[in-house]
Write a protein that binds this ligand. Structure first.
Ligand SMILES: [Zn+2]
Length: 201
């Protein structure tokens, strides 16, 4: 038990700083959790997000269908965060689409709304909006799975740790044209994937 205390303490210190750092969970792993409700926790058992496993499975399926429609490959992550946000970024050279905890809480169990979000972020990838800012996005680093984080609940995979970015800054750095294009193609992808585009509003 003693060995895990130090990294957890370090994490607390880092999280307390003004540095923009986030815990993350790969949705691909969360869909395998046996529990009907998944509790994502930070060190000290602080609850980041409690999600319905069925919703998470449907969201992951939407992600697979939407990225296939857009001919894009990306990992889907849940990250911690207080202000509702979603973003597309390169993390350790891998394409990532992330939804933060505040946004997931806001959307709740509305899978169409999740699909609208995923369509928009997937379009940022498909239309090359992220690649254009590669140099900056490459600053994002992910640490491996942290021992002692999220392991309190049966079967819930441990969180990883991302630093070097602000989710708000990533989304704010797209041009208005990029956003319009992401909205338009996002609707196209989610419709192609079989979702109700009315949820985009
Ligand atoms: Zn956007």
């Amino acid at each position: 038990m003693k060995q895990i205390r130090l990294p957890v303490l370090l994490l607390f210190l880092l999280a307390g700083c003004a540095t923009r750092s986030h815990l993350y969970w790969n949705v691909r792993e969360l869909v395998l959790v046996p529990e009907p409700t998944i509790a994502l926790t930070a060190p000290g058992e602080r609850l980041i997000l409690s999600v319905n496993k069925q919703t998470i499975q449907k969201v992951f399926l939407s992600h697979l269908r939407i990225t296939r429609a857009a001919k894009v490959q990306a990992d889907l992550l849940l990250v911690d965060g207080e202000d509702p946000n979603a973003f597309a970024a390169l993390v350790n050279g891998r394409r990532v689409i992330a939804i933060n905890a505040a946004m997931a809480r806001l959307v709740g169990d509305d899978v169409d709304e999740f699909a609208a979000l995923l369509g928009h972020e997937t379009a940022h990838w498909a239309k090359g909006h992220v690649d254009a800012r590669k140099t900056r996005a490459n600053g994002i680093q992910a640490a491996g799975t942290l021992v002692g984080v999220g392991l309190g609940m049966a079967g819930v995979p441990g969180a990883g740790y991302i630093s070097g970015f602000g989710a708000d800054l990533i989304e704010a750095s797209y041009s208005r044209d990029d956003e319009r294009e992401a909205d338009a193609f996002g609707v196209e992808y989610m419709t192609a994937a079989g979702f109700d585009a009315g949820a985009t509003v």
